[in-house]
Write a protein that binds this ligand. Structure first.
Ligand SMILES: [Zn+2]
Length: 100
């Protein structure tokens, strides 16, 4: 899943995704979240550095597909194949090794 942070910073370590305070770069703890849509979430974060004390909201949103879900691939293929003339459809299926 491609996720994009509009505010704050995210890094990867051996524990996976980590949110950093955008001010002191220390680890920020996630204190809550608010789902705005299936692809956009507001994440409430709080800096763990007591000397900093930052609290803020980070937006996590879907950016683009690296691979569409299988169901979508199937319907796209069916749509494309359906739009082809029968002869071309057979040629494509033969090329894919699935036709007669
Ligand atoms: Zn901080």
């Amino acid at each position: 899943m491609g996720y994009n942070l509009s505010i704050g910073q995210i890094t990867e370590d051996q524990h996976g995704m980590r949110i950093e305070c955008p001010h002191c770069q220390q680890k920020a703890a996630i204190t809550g979240h608010n789902k705005l849509s299936p692809a956009v979430k507001d994440v409430y974060a709080s800096c763990t550095n007591a000397d900093c004390g930052w609290r803020g909201v980070i937006t996590v949103s879907h950016k683009h597909d690296i691979q569409p879900p299988k169901a979508q691939l199937h319907s796209m293929m069916a749509e494309w194949l359906g739009a082809l003339p029968a002869a071309d459809r057979s040629a494509v299926l033969r090329q894919a090794g699935v036709g007669s």
